[in-house]
Design a binder for this molecule. Structure first.
Ligand code: ATP
Ligand code: PAF
Ligand code: BAL
Length: 382
């Protein structure tokens, strides 16, 4: 019965063989969600449920069974704290694959020693609920669905040496130079080493047909494409458009720390990038011509804030505004219109001064600095 319904097209769902056996922890959290580890055995598994894996071996077994049944896997790596941006990745993965694997792991090696690893938001129960709801929506569309969530421990992901975030850190790492040292990599020196390393591990474990990454983290997408190409990884990299609030702010897990005051001013980055994009659309190709209105807008907003009282103003620092080659992320003096370019930037929203009574300050009381990134792709036009 099970084999009858197997197909490579992302339409039919319950098709694991009845001989399929893997392990199950003795409890389930949400309806439709099962925990799988290496202790007990689950027989006659169907994938009408989302299986939660913490270990590599049972996940590999599950993946192998899918392969034998000609099913395709789309992998969506995340650090949890899911929002609509993540769900757009899952939706695209479900439209293009029979099965979607979502990984939830806050990877320590991509955080520098002074970065926000400890305070990174964790919303595990809500994440599972969002995936469960999404699966219900997907069921009515006949597309693929989330059949596995992989939420490993750090010991599982770093089995030999504990993760080391120091720049000369001990461990096994994948690095792209100079790509990983530019822009985000200049501000976060171990970031792309950590990302490339953890993605290499996740790709090896899940052997996905396709991997899904958000355009919001555009340099990360360039790093992943380089990883796949340089190491001959057998997967297709798919990039999903940035999901935004109605005013243009890119959705991000870290936005929960902003609070209303910083949230309203945080749109400055997107506004600045749009001004630069307008120059390109108006036919400008020189770096200075494209970037100056963006720099000017940042300066004006900063000045405006400085004239305000400390209990109302927002302090922020522009880390960079970049006009870069789409393949290398190297800065360009002039856009080659046959190739296009990437406009990107980062701002650091500093802690709120003198909070007002009843002010909505976000998680952390407005005291956690928030780094916002954004980008716009300048498409080739000639
Ligand atoms: N607004 C968004 N639109 C599309 N994809 C997104 C968006 N935000 C995140 N993603 C993508 O989701 C994947 C997982 O990202 P991650 O879990 O780090 O979330 P995040 O919102 O980027 O969090 P943060 O920026 O605070 O680390 C990445 O591929 C990322 O690019
Ligand atoms: C790709 C990723 C899950 C690796 O930890 C992370 O960098 C992210 O969430 O973008
Ligand atoms: N979204 C990229 C992961 C990070 O900022 O650490």
């Amino acid at each position: 019965m099970a084999y009858l319904r197997c197909t490579a097209a992302p339409i039919l769902r319950p098709c694991l063989s009845s001989s399929f056996a893997h392990s199950l922890k003795p409890y389930a959290l949400n309806s439709g969600i099962r925990y799988l580890s290496s202790t007990a055995t689950l027989r006659s598994a169907t994938i009408s449920q989302t299986h939660i894996f913490n270990d590599v071996a049972p996940l590999r077994k599950f993946r192998r069974e899918l392969l034998f049944n000609n099913r395709t896997v789309g992998l969506v790596p995340t650090m949890g704290a899911l929002h609509a941006g993540h769900l757009s990745l899952v939706r695209q993965a479900a439209a293009e694959n029979t099965d979607v694997f979502v990984t939830v792991y806050v990877n320590p090696t991509q955080f520098g020693l002074n970065e926000d690893l400890a305070s990174y938001p964790k919303t595990w129960e809500a994440d599972l609920e969002m995936l469960h709801q999404l699966n219900q929506e997907l069921a009515s569309t006949g597309q693929g669905r989330v059949s596995a969530v992989f939420a490993p421990s750090t010991k599982v992901m770093y089995p030999i040496l504990p993760p080391d975030s120091a720049i000369p850190g001990a461990g096994s790492f994948v690095e792209m130079r100079p790509l990983g040292q530019l822009l985000e990599g200049a501000s976060r020196p171990v970031f792309f080493r950590g990302v490339a390393t953890i993605c290499m591990k996740l790709f090896n474990i899940c052997t996905p047909d396709r991997v899904y990454f958000g355009q919001k983290d555009i340099q990360q997408t360039v790093v992943i494409k380089r990883l796949v190409k340089d190491f001959h990884l057998n997967t297709d990299v798919r990039i999903v458009a940035t999901s935004r609030e109605s005013d243009g702010l890119a959705l991000s897990s870290r936005n929960v720390y902003l609070g209303a005051r910083r949230r309203n001013v945080g749109i400055v980055l997107n506004q600045a990038l749009r001004k630069a994009e307008a120059q390109y659309k108006a036919g400008k190709r020189l770096r200075g011509d494209i970037l100056w209105p963006a720099v000017d807008h940042g300066d004006k907003v900063q000045l405006e804030q400085e004239t305000m009282e400390p209990n109302e103003r927002v302090r922020f620092q522009v880390d960079y505004l970049s006009l870069a080659d789409p393949d290398t992320m190297e800065e360009v003096d002039q856009v080659d219109a046959t190739k296009g370019a990437i406009l990107s930037g980062a701002v650091k929203m500093l802690p709120v001064e003198e909070p007002q009574e009843d002010e909505e300050l976000g998680v952390g009381g407005g005291q956690i600095p928030v780094r916002l990134i954004d980008n716009l792709v300048l498409d080739p036009v000639e």
